[in-house]
Write a protein that binds this ligand. Structure first.
Ligand SMILES: Nc1ncnc2c1ncn2[C@@H]1O[C@H](COP(=O)(O)OP(=O)(O)O)[C@@H](O)[C@H]1O
Ligand SMILES: [Mg+2]
Length: 455
């Protein structure tokens, strides 16, 4: 029975994508912030050289005989030289009229006096950074204001900034890749406890309804608690129903035995053929019912015991020989000989009562479905796993039903007229599986059924 489960995406993928998305946003923000900061610092560097140049030119301005003389040192402009051959402009104004230099330099809004730095454009469209300052010269009878502009194009600055951007972009990409790797790792390790729980539940045998004991993260505690409660309820319900079946079977068996003995006694007393026939049918029906009740009891006992295996060291060959001895009278009634092929000890750690029950059912089947005067061969082997093979000279399993014969209450077409309840193979299979083994049914090429019971 497999119910389809509605799947809504994958936790692991969602976690990975969220982490990677976060890392991408962080990488972009990092890039923008570092670039902005670098641009500011580079601009500050250019501004301070421009201002130094302005100051040294202003310092060189003097009044000589009422006229302004600015004899500024060569260094005032050469300090601005860059590797990118940036163009440098200057203008010296006396009371807002150009005294010397480049005529297109003026304050940003055209109003004097002006100090500080600002951006401007040359007539040919080049972007320039301008620094300016003013100074008042006082002579004997004159008073005049000198304004100096020094400007520079921004090519070296752009080169530096592009270089920094490239490096930061590389750094950001590296950061992103590393974060992506960490995201995969983080989501995988977050998912691990869920995986562990899933596999520990999936690995369980069908009978195992014990609570989950392995430690789980706190977020999963309530889920696991609910699961444990559910399994506890299921376990209780199951064992209650098994107990009920066992009790019911037991209660039916005893009165059946009484009825049977009365019917048998009656059979000896009546003479009329039709009455005898009816009584025989009755005895047979009673046998069938009491056998079914016995099998139900066995099955309930086995279901209970497979949960609590009482393992002990035992010799499989001894156990088999004992069973064969006990079943020989039944076999003799049909002139069937039971042969055990191996007398070497095969040691196993198993539940003796369960094994006896399972194997008895298998030999019982072989006896029931074999013709008179035939042979049943039983082989015990120790490797690769302890295995018992039982084959007979009957008609074999009905090939089209072979896959289902081990289910509870399933009987083959060849079972018509033969007493049975369809639980024997189910019991044997449960016992094999409880010991970690399996039950395999096959037909021999020359006819006859072969049952392989392994532990
Ligand atoms: N040795 C065998 N040879 C042929 N058929 C068999 C043999 N053992 C079992 N079967 C088939 O498998 C069915 C299921 O077996 P089992 O579970 O023991 O139930 P039951 O013996 O009560 O019918 C039987 O009804 C029969 O059809
Ligand atoms: Mg049977």
């Amino acid at each position: 029975m497999t119910e389809t489960v509605n799947v809504s995406g994958s936790l692991r993928r969602r976690l990975t994508l969220t982490l990677i998305g976060g890392a991408a946003v962080l990488a972009v923000v990092l890039f923008a912030v570092v670039r902005l900061y670098a641009a500011q610092i580079a601009q500050q560097g250019q501004d301070s050289i421009l201002s130094a140049s302005v100051t040294s030119m202003l310092d060189a301005a003097v009044l000589r005989d009422g006229a302004v003389v600015v004899d500024f040192p060569y260094a005032a402009l050469s300090m601005l030289s860059t590797t990118s051959d940036d163009r440098v402009f200057y203008a010296i104004l006396q009371d807002q009229t150009l005294l010397s230099g480049y005529k297109h330099l003026s304050p940003p809004n055209g109003s004097f006096p002006t100090t500080g730095t600002f951006m401007a454009e040359t007539p040919d469209g080049a972007l320039i950074r301008v620094a300016s300052d003013s100074r008042t010269l006082v002579g004997a009878d004159t008073r005049t204001v000198i304004t100096v502009f020094v400007a520079q194009t921004q090519e070296a600055l752009q080169v530096t900034l592009n270089d920094i951007s490239r490096r930061v972009a590389l750094f950001g990409a590296g950061f992103f890749c590393l974060s992506a790797l960490l995201s995969f790792w983080a989501s995988a390790s977050t998912i691990t406890p869920i995986r562990r729980l899933t596999s520990s539940i999936a690995r369980r045998g069908p009978q195992d309804l014990s609570p989950v004991a392995s430690p789980v993260p706190s977020e999963m505690v309530s889920l696991v608690e609910s699961l444990n409660r559910l399994m506890g309820r299921l376990d209780k319900a199951l064992s209650q129903s098994e107990e009920f079946i066992a009790e019911a079977a037991h209660r039916v068996r005893t009165p059946l035995a009484t009825v049977r003995s009365h019917a048998e006694a009656m059979l000896h007393r009546v003479d009329r053929d039709e009455n005898r026939k009816a009584l025989r049918a009755m005895v047979r029906a009673i046998d069938e019912s009491s056998r079914a009740a016995g099998q139900l009891l066995d099955h309930a006992m086995i279901t209970f015991r497979t949960d609590h295996l009482e393992r002990e060291e035992l010799n499989l060959t001894d156990l088999l020989q004992e069973l064969v001895q006990r079943l020989t009278p039944v076999a003799e009634m049909k002139d069937i000989s039971l042969l055990v092929e191996n007398t070497e000890p095969v040691l196993v750690s198993a539940d003796a009562i369960l094994l006896q029950n399972a194997i008895r059912n298998l030999i019982d089947n072989a006896l029931k479905y074999s013709p008179m005067e035939s042979e049943i061969t039983i082989r015990v082997s120790a490797s690769p796993t302890p295995t018992i093979e039982i084959w007979d000279q009957g008609a074999g399993f009905p090939p089209d039903q072979i896959a289902n014969l081990s289910s509870r209450f399933s009987r083959g077409d060849n079972a018509k007229g033969i007493i049975g309840s369809g639980l024997g193979l189910a019991i044997a299979q449960d016992v094999a599986e409880a010991h970690g083994g399996a039950l395999k049914l096959s037909n021999l090429p020359g006819g006859g059924a072969c049952v392989t019971f392994s532990l």
